[in-house]
Design a protein around this ligand. Structure first.
Ligand SMILES: Nc1nc2c(ncn2[C@@H]2O[C@H](COP(=O)(O)OP(=O)(O)OP(=O)(O)O)[C@@H](O)[C@H]2O)c(=O)[nH]1
Ligand SMILES: [Mg+2]
Length: 454
């Protein structure tokens, strides 16, 4: 079985070869799964429509008023909370710029929506807060997500974060339990992507009559049983927590209030789940692998068609090239050279006009044949062809003999250069698509084995 790191590299290489658009959901989901595989931390993501008390719940967990909470859509982007001995906030922008500051002041400027629910700073990519909290010190990362029913772009951000999380906490409003939208999100965003371990937190339960409270919990328990995933037996995945009373109890250090809010039981469950360690939600990995294979093998078939076309074209070009070389050779035959150029060359030598003759007659014709060969294979003819005088003594009385000797040497030299050129021109590499094809097939087979072993 290959290591997580090898799997990440393979998945990233496949993505590279598929050349998907950066907005493509398969690409984004794969990158999120790679983040999940590569992260050493146990990430807990809190997920719900806006105003359900996600930020309030996380503040209660942390025992501090850190995350912005309000009655209007508040959390603008994903805020991750990690461990560090000192409190600081790091904001990363989409252009790679980073600002960091001690404390959590930056969160108010960059992590909040404005009064009418718009993002104040469009270019914020991530906000990370570091706190010296003991729960975080155990290797836990908390993710406060923006509300889901606000803007498409933020929904997409939330989906990606859910895929990177080891545990998803869905906050529900007891007064309007499981809206159609919430059910759809659970179905499409989580179940459909292989994320099947969800802990449900029932907020605002204290707004209901006691009888209603029981009924709501029973109804939720049936639904929640589908999302137990890797939870150990004995650990429930439904927790009634009144987030605001829990936070107030925490801030005042009032443990009985914290307990009656439901937070104590919820925190105990979280600690148990975290202590089990990472790596139990492999289904999202197998799901993404099978999606990649589907798209990958489609690409393989496209590449095969392309390669066949390229090979066919190459054959055609080779045939044309061979014909041109054959024509060149015929032209170079001694009888042909003597017959066509013997007289002219003798005359030119007599008149001491070899250079002019060469350029107008022999040289011009050689150039024509040479170019014809080059055009077929796209490779320049490096063989020595411009052999104007071949070291001949041009003086002397028997010009006919000199011409015969010149044409004979020209014949031999040019023929041997042509043969060399023919070998190099034809010994070319496979088409590019063959290489791509082999690489992609190899990568897909590698993850296929991984998928099978999961
Ligand atoms: N009464 C009462 N109010 C609560 C409770 N939990 C949260 N609230 C209030 O509900 C409002 C919304 O809470 P937030 O924590 O900001 O909700 P959120 O889900 O993070 O909202 P977005 O960030 O906008 O998605 C705030 O005014 C909270 O004070 C609760 O248990 N009881
Ligand atoms: Mg919030």
């Amino acid at each position: 079985m290959i290591s997580n790191q090898q799997l990440i590299t393979t998945l990233q290489s496949i993505l590279g070869m598929l050349e998907l658009d950066s907005e493509d959901s398969l690409k984004q989901n794969t990158l999120s799964v790679c983040d999940y595989l590569g992260s050493p931390q146990f990430s807990i993501a809190v997920f719900a429509p806006f105003n359900h008390g996600k930020s309030t719940l996380l503040n209660a967990v942390l025992g501090e008023n850190i995350l912005p909470m309000d009655l209007i859509p508040t959390t603008s982007t994903v805020v991750s909370i990690n461990y560090s001995a000192t409190v600081k906030t790091v904001v990363t922008f989409t252009d790679g710029r980073i600002i960091q500051e001690e404390g959590t002041g930056l969160l108010q400027s960059y992590g909040k929506l404005d009064e009418i629910g718009h993002i104040k700073e469009e270019s914020v990519a991530t906000i990370k807060i570091y706190l010296p909290h003991p729960f975080l010190k155990t290797g836990v990362e908390l993710l406060d997500l923006p509300g889901t029913n606000d803007q498409q772009i933020r929904d997409n951000l939330v989906i990606q974060q859910l895929l990177t999380a080891d545990l998803v906490i869905q906050v529900l409003d007891a007064r309007k339990l499981m809206t159609l939208e919430e059910k759809n999100h659970l179905q499409d965003w989580l179940w459909g992507r292989g994320v099947k371990t969800v802990v449900f937190v029932l907020n605002f339960l204290n707004f209901l009559e006691e009888e209603e409270q029981e009924e709501v919990q029973e109804r939720l328990a049936i639904f929640a049983s589908l999302f137990r995933g890797y939870l150990p037996p004995g650990v429930s995945n439904v927790y009634p927590v009144n987030a605001l009373p829990a936070l107030r109890g925490q801030l005042k250090g009032d443990s009985s209030r914290v307990e009656s809010s439901g937070l104590t039981a919820f925190l105990e469950a979280l600690t148990t789940i975290v202590s089990q360690g990472k790596g139990k939600q492999e289904e999202r990995v197998t799901k993404i692998i099978s999606r990649l294979q589907e798209v990958g093998f489609r690409k393989v078939r496209e590449l095969e068609v392309l390669r066949d076309k390229e090979l066919e074209l190459k054959q055609l070009l080779k045939r044309g090239f061979r014909q041109s070389v054959a024509n060149f050779r015929n032209w170079l035959s001694l009888p042909h050279l003597f017959c066509n150029y013997g007289e002219g060359l003798t005359l030119a030598l007599q008149q001491n006009k070899f250079q002019e003759w060469y350029q107008e007659e022999l040289g011009r014709e050689v150039l024509k044949y040479k170019q014809e060969c080059e055009e077929w294979v796209g490779k320049s003819y490096s063989g020595e062809l411009g052999v104007e005088n071949l070291g001949l003594k041009m003086q002397g009385s028997n010009y006919r003999d000199i011409a015969t000797e010149y044409l004979t040497r020209f014949h031999t030299t040019t023929l041997s250069a042509l043969s060399e050129y023919e070998v190099t021109a034809l010994s070319d590499s496979e088409p590019d698509s063959t290489y791509q094809l082999q690489l992609l097939k190899g990568l897909l087979e590698k993850v296929l084995l991984q998928g099978a072993s999961n």
